[in-house]
Design a protein around this ligand. Sequence first.
Ligand SMILES: [Zn+2]
Length: 248
Amino acid sequence: MTILSSEELTRYNRQIIIPEIGEQGQKKLRQAKVFIAGMGGLGSVSAYYMAAAGIGTLKIADMDHVLLGNLNRQILYGINDIKRPKTESALEKLRELNPFCHILPVQEEICDENVMDMVADCEIILDATDNPETRKVLNRASVSKKIPFVYGGVNGFSGMVTTFVPGETPCFECLFPQNSLKKGEIPSLGPVVGIVASIQSLEVIKIILGIGSPLKCKLLYIEGLDMTFKEIRVKRNPNCKVCQKLET
Ligand SMILES: [Zn+2]
């Protein structure tokens, strides 16, 4: 691994002085490639923090354009971005924040036909989508390619985060089997989205560095109105049609 430049050492100094990270950890972050599925509220925050932290490559996928109604929570965008593709605006903002971070925009809808190619060269998938169908597509790719999948969801004042590691934990469909999820417009408040996306980003960083205890087999449930955080133990569904063939 090549050494960190003096500019990188200065830029990342406050995190390099964290004993669990150090210069070696910073180099690991620089080598990492993370797939962010969706560049809405969760994607805005997680991409911003991960670019700032010095993740080497972020592949960001979204096919939507910025709308006025996105701006209460999608903090990468402003009024001048309205009608622009999210990936294009995000690319500009993230490059401006950290030119050391390579941003690979993908302006496509994530589906079974393209997901394997999209995630193949990434070591982690961060779920920043807002619908169960896309999560199921990502989950199948995660299980098939054995790529960890950091799930995040919001609904009003509440949020959820867990990390699926194929072969070690349940998968998305073990927890949310067919037809158990609602569709449609989800109520979202910026700070709640920010909390969930920040926790997801921290999970990604910990997994890359191999430190701490990721949310494996644990679903963190956040209730912002009462400011309570609960951890719910989650188990594999032995009849799950997606992951049942994997050894655990
Ligand atoms: Zn499963």
